[in-house]
Design a protein around this ligand. Structure first.
Ligand code: FAD
Length: 437
């Protein structure tokens, strides 16, 4: 079967089989269960940001592109508080508005005190505090691989209510996004003018540029596996299937990944999924001492304790993986390496902005989340801030947490993005079984 991959994963030192077994047996059940907890299921995102690159694209009118409303009462009180506390800690005790996504209009927290004239942040905040906040943001932003954007219109979305699956988003609009990602924002071999890069040509590029391409291609693979494995098989509604019938579509999977229909590239694209999985796995292992100290605060003492335990358990499994991706061989060297790293970061930031141009809300939601998650993984691997997190690097009395901070959104996207890849690898196994049967 073309999807039974064998041998070593490109630019890594371990085999596909090792990852399959490790993921499907150890990681997948743990991460799926973890992500159903409130801390991870409510993701704050701005789906209304305008596309800065073009304006002539129509929005996807398919009902499956729609992002379903969250229920205000479902948002854990601690998250609402977190929203306020994180800003209060900078601005003092000001009222902040909190928004919930309902697909069209903002469904807002009735308790929140709005002042349209003053806008999101009450203007009684002193200019000095603003300045301080801006400085802090600008400094933090230097390490970011994503444009985190202006949070003022961000809204909470319940990820469990909006599973990543087939939406019908395709054609010109979807291709424009993939084209501008691959053509304008991925590195390319010299004198290469074709739109897509053949895997054999990748060896003409240096490791860092190959890594960048594999990361994007791995994410593309994961998105497409999700739409194949959760495909709209029939839109006829019934009592057993009120929203239509959804499930795996083997023909769609073969069309997208078989060597016969992809000029032999499909299996390479599948391998890039494994590559990205290993990169994110390494980021989790590297940030483990920091994440193990995180509170995962939602306001429910019992639930938060369970989440902390589940995270520690997951991280101990993550750390037990025998051959992690080695990021130390990347960007090694002097000024040239630094320049390449800046370019790498800039390209990735552009891709995070392109996500605002995706013409289907559901795809935009999951595309944003995955790009932000990868951005967090890259920040952990390459910002240098996590390099001394392992216990020998900590000074006496210094906790991992006191060294560096990730925002809640970064933690949520890091785990959820990794959960997507874990799910994709698990779904691949199911497609293999379907083909065998
Ligand atoms: P596409 O997937 O559009 O690919 C375009 C071309 O890229 C292919 O012809 C091939 O040459 C090349 N290619 C394909 N896969 C890879 C790879 N892994 N690596 C390198 N090159 C590759 N649709 C949904 O139904 N649900 C979703 O949730 C969803 N989310 C999306 C999120 C984003 C950010 C984007 C841009 C699109 C999303 N889509 C989603 C659309 C989906 O990815 C496809 O674009 C669409 O189904 C059309 O598929 P296609 O066969 O034309 O090829």
């Amino acid at each position: 079967c073309f999807c039974k991959l064998k041998g070593r994963i490109d630019d890594c030192s371990c085999n596909v089989d090792t990852v399959d077994h490790f993921n499907n047996m150890k990681i997948f059940p743990r991460i799926q269960s973890l992500l159903s907890n409130d801390y991870f299921r409510f993701y704050k995102v701005n789906l209304k940001r305008d596309c800065p690159f073009w304006t002539d694209d129509s929005r996807c009118a398919m009902r499956y592109c729609h992002v379903q409303a969250c229920q205000e009462e479902d948002i854990p009180p601690g998250l609402k508080q977190y929203n306020q506390n994180s800003m209060n800690s900078i601005f003092g005790n000001q009222d902040m508005s909190l928004r919930f996504y309902d697909g069209n209009e903002d469904c807002e927290d009735p308790e929140a005190d709005h002042d349209d004239e003053l806008g999101y942040i009450n203007t009684t905040i002193s200019a000095a505090a603003y300045e301080e906040f801006e400085k802090w943001q600008a400094h933090d932003a230097l390490d970011n691989f994503c444009e985190l954007g202006d949070d003022k219109d961000a809204q909470y979305v319940d990820l469990l209510l909006n599973p990543e699956r087939y939406t019908g988003y395709k054609g010109k609009s979807a291709h424009r996004i993939w084209n501008s990602i691959y053509k304008e924002n991925c590195f390319r071999p010299e004198n290469h003018y074709d739109l897509f890069i053949q895997s054999a040509q990748l060896n003409r590029m240096c490791l860092e540029k190959r890594v960048f391409y594999r990361v994007i291609s791995g994410m593309h693979t994961s998105i497409n596996i999700h739409l194949c494995s959760n495909y709209l098989l029939s839109d006829k509604e019934s009592l057993i299937s009120p929203g239509g019938k959804w499930g795996p579509n083997l023909e769609e999977f073969k069309r997208r990944f078989s060597p016969m229909t992809t000029d032999n590239e499909g299996p390479h694209w599948l391998r890039n999924l494994y590559f990205l999985y290993l990169l994110e796995l390494r980021a989790l292992a590297k940030a483990a001492p920091y994440l193990a100290n995180e509170e995962f605060y939602t306001g429910s003492e019992e639930n938060d304790r369970d989440v902390r335990e589940a995270v520690k358990d997951l991280l101990s499994v993550v750390k037990s993986f025998p051959s992690h991706f080695d990021e130390s061989s990347m960007f090694a060297g002097g000024a040239q390496a630094r320049e390449l790293k800046d370019e790498f970061r800039q390209h990735f930031r552009n891709i995070s902005v392109i996500m605002d141009c995706v013409g289907c809300d559901k795809c935009k939601l999951w595309g944003n989340l995955q790009v932000q998650g990868i951005g967090t993984a890259l920040k952990i691997l390459f910002s240098g801030k996590f390099d001394s997190l392992s216990p020998p690097g900590l000074q006496p009395g210094q906790t991992a947490k006191s060294q560096f901070q990730l925002q809640r959104g970064e933690i949520v996207t890091l785990f959820n993005a990794f959960g997507r890849l874990s799910n994709s690898i698990n779904e691949l196994e199911k497609f293999r079984n379907l083909i065998r049967d």
